[in-house]
Design a protein around this ligand. Structure first.
Ligand SMILES: Cc1cc2nc3c(=O)[nH]c(=O)nc-3n(C[C@H](O)[C@H](O)[C@H](O)COP(=O)(O)OP(=O)(O)OC[C@H]3O[C@@H](n4cnc5c(N)ncnc54)[C@H](O)[C@@H]3O)c2cc1C
Length: 491
C-alpha cells in the first residue's frame, strides 16, 4: 500500500492507522498470547463499524488479507503482511433488561458484560476466563462454566452485525442471511468482521461453586469419581478438573503452592445442598488440601477456574472424547504428573451443550462426553515454548475414546494444522461451512484465523495462507471475486 493510500485510509478512520515501527504500534499489537510474533503491513485501531468498513474496503483494493484482534487470547495465525483490525476501542456493552439481552461491541470482554448485567439479575454465558473477548469466544462456540445448564455461548446469539468481504455491513439473524447466521455461530471469524452482537442473558445472580484441590497422588480416584458423577449429574452442575503443578508464587495459597494437584472445579446453578449431595463421591475420593466451594455472585465466576490473567506464550492441544472411563483416567495419568512439562484439563460436556438451539448453528462436537486440553507450562524466558511432543503422545494414546477433533476454541498456537481445523467439525458441518465460505468470502480475505478455505483452494495451512495473503496475491482465484463496494451475495 502506498503512503498516499495509507493517508486516504487514515482520513476515513477515526482510530489510529499504524505501520510496524510507528509510535504506538507495538502497544496496539500487544495481546494475551505472546507465542505469536506478528508483522502486519498495517494496523487499524477501529473505533466502530465505519472504521471496519473503511479498513476492509482498503484491504480489498490493496490485496491484503484481513485479520482481527480483540484481546489476543486466541492468536493462531500471525497477521504477517496483512491488514490487522484491532477492536479493543469498540468495547460498548448495552444491557436491555426488559429483553433479557445485551448488545456487545466487537472489543467487549466478558468481565465487563458480567458486571453490566449483574444489577438486573442477569448473566451472559461467559467462559472460564472473563478477560477473554466475548465476540471471538462466541464465534468459536464458547464453552463456559454454565454450559451444561444453558448451552454454548453461540446458542444464545440473536443477531450479529458483520462487515463482509465486499466491505458491506450486514445485519445477520435467523431471518436475514440465515446461512451466515448458521456459520458465524461456531465457524469463527471466517465470514467477516463482527462489529456487534446481540446475546441473550440468563436469569442468574449467584451460583454455588469453586475448587476442590486434591493432592495429585489422589488424582486417579478423584478423576474417576468426577467422571462418574459427571455422567449422571443434572444439567445445573458443571464439572472439570485440572492436573497441574501450581506455580511457586506468593499469590498461590500455600496449601497448593509448587505442588502437583488435581483441581476439581464445580459450578452449580441449583441449591448448594443438592450440589453437595451430587458431588459427595468426589469428596469421598480423598481429602482436599483446599476447598473454596461457596455461594458466590455470578460476577465472581472467573474464580472457579482461576485461569492465568498475565500475558504468556500459550501452547495448547485438545481433543474431544465421546466417552471416558477408568482406563481413560489411567491413560491421562500415564502422561500427566509432577514431572510432565504440561498440565491437563478435563471438562465435562453433555447437558444443554449436546442440544442444538432452536435455530441450529455450526458448533462442532456437540455430542462429546468430555474435552481434554493440555497446556504447556510457561517456558523460562529465552528457552522457547515446549515442543509439544509429550502432549501429542497423550492425545495419541486417547485414540480409543475419540472420533478425533477438538472444540475449535481450544485449538491455539502456531502448531495448529489445517487438519486440526477441519476435524473441529463433523464432516457435514465442515462441508456446509465451506459452502458458506465460498459464497461469502471466495477470495479468502478472512484467512488470519482457524481457516476454512473456500472450495477449490484446497487445504492450506493457516501459516501458509498468511504467507499467501501478502499484498497482490489472490487466493481462490478460480472463483469469481467480489469487487470492493459491489453488491455482495444474498444482499
Ligand atoms: C486463558 C484462556 C482461557 C480460555 N477459556 C476458554 C473457555 O472457557 N471456553 C472457550 O470456549 N474458550 C476459551 N478460551 C479460548 C478463547 O475463547 C479463544 O481463544 C477466543 O478466540 C479468544 O478471543 P479473543 O477475542 O479474546 O482473542 P483474539 O486473539 O483477539 O481473537 C482470536 C481470533 O478471533 C477472531 N476474531 C476476533 N474478533 C473478531 C471479530 N470481531 N470478528 C471476526 N473475527 C474475530 C480472529 O480470527 C482472531 O484471530 C480461552 C483462552 C485463554 C487464553
Amino acid at each position: 500500500m502506498t503512503a498516499w493510500t495509507i493517508g486516504a485510509l487514515a482520513r476515513q478512520v477515526a482510530g489510529p492507522v499504524l505501520r510496524p515501527g510507528d509510535d504506538g504500534c507495538a502497544g496496539e499489537l500487544a495481546g494475551f498470547d505472546l507465542a505469536v510474533d506478528q508483522r502486519p503491513a498495517i494496523v487499524v485501531g477501529a473505533t466502530g463499524p465505519a472504521d471496519v468498513i473503511a479498513a476492509v474496503r482498503h484491504a480489498q483494493e490493496a490485496g491484503f488479507a484481513v485479520g482481527v484482534q480483540a484481546t489476543g487470547h486466541g492468536i493462531t495465525v500471525p497477521a504477517d503482511d496483512a491488514l490487522l483490525i484491532t477492536t479493543r476501542r469498540a468495547d460498548a456493552v448495552r444491557v436491555d433488561p426488559a429483553d433479557r439481552s445485551a448488545w456487545l461491541g466487537a472489543g467487549a470482554i466478558w468481565s465487563r458484560v458480567l458486571h453490566e448485567a449483574a444489577p438486573f439479575g442477569l448473566a451472559p454465558l461467559a467462559g472460564s476466563a472473563p478477560a477473554v473477548g466475548a465476540v471471538s469466544y462466541t464465534l468459536g462456540g464458547g464453552l463456559g462454566v454454565l454450559g451444561r445448564r444453558y448451552g454454548f455461548s453461540a446458542d444464545r446469539v440473536r443477531r450479529l452485525d458483520v462487515v463482509t468481504a465486499d466491505g458491506r455491513p450486514r445485519q445477520v439473524s435467523a431471518d436475514e442471511h440465515p446461512d451466515l447466521f448458521w456459520a458465524l455461530r461456531g465457524g469463527g471469524g471466517n465470514f467477516g468482521v463482527v462489529t456487534g452482537m446481540q446475546v441473550e442473558l440468563v436469569e442468574l445472580s449467584e451460583l454455588y461453586g469453586g475448587g476442590l484441590f486434591f493432592p495429585g497422588e489422589a488424582a486417579a480416584g478423584v478423576l474417576a469419581a468426577m467422571l462418574a458423577v459427571g455422567c449422571g449429574a443434572p444439567d445445573e452442575i458443571g464439572l472439570s478438573a485440572a492436573l497441574m503443578v501450581f506455580p511457586d508464587l506468593a499469590t498461590v495459597p500455600s496449601a497448593v503452592r509448587d505442588r502437583w494437584c488435581c483441581h476439581v472445579r464445580v459450578s452449580s446453578t441449583g441449591s448448594p445442598g443438592k450440589c453437595e449431595q451430587v458431588i459427595a463421591p468426589i469428596r469421598h475420593a480423598a481429602t482436599p488440601l483446599l476447598d473454596t466451594l461457596r455461594t458466590m455472585p455470578v460476577t465472581d465466576l472467573g474464580t472457579i477456574h482461576n485461569d492465568p490473567t498475565t500475558p504468556r506464550a500459550t501452547n495448547t492441544r485438545s481433543l474431544v472424547l465421546r466417552t471416558a472411563d477408568d482406563d481413560t483416567v489411567a491413560t491421562v495419568l500415564g502422561h500427566a504428573g509432577p514431572g510432565a512439562p504440561f498440565g491437563v484439563e478435563v471438562r465435562q460436556l453433555g447437558g444443554a451443550l449436546a442440544r442444538q438451539p432452536t435455530v441450529p448453528n455450526a458448533v462442532g462436537h456437540r455430542h462429546g462426553a468430555v474435552t481434554v486440553y493440555t497446556t504447556a507450562y510457561p517456558a523460562p524466558a529465552g528457552s522457547g515454548a515446549s515442543g509439544g511432543a509429550d502432549e501429542q503422545a497423550l492425545l495419541d494414546d486417547l485414540a480409543p475414546w475419540t472420533d478425533g477433533g477438538a472444540l475449535v476454541n481450544f485449538l491455539a498456537g502456531p502448531h495448529v494444522t489445517p487438519t486440526d481445523v477441519r476435524t473441529a467439525y463433523e464432516p457435514e458441518i465442515w462441508a456446509r461451512l465451506v459452502q458458506v465460505k465460498t459464497r461469502w468470502d471466495p477470495d479468502n480475505v478472512f484467512r488470519i484465523n482457524h481457516n476454512i478455505p473456500p472450495a477449490g483452494t484446497g487445504t492450506v495451512s493457516p501459516g501458509t495462507t498468511a504467507q499467501a495473503g501478502r499484498a497482490g496475491v489472490v487466493v481462490g482465484h478460480e472463483l469469481p471475486a467480489l469487487a470492493p463496494h459491489q453488491e455482495g451475495p444474498g444482499a
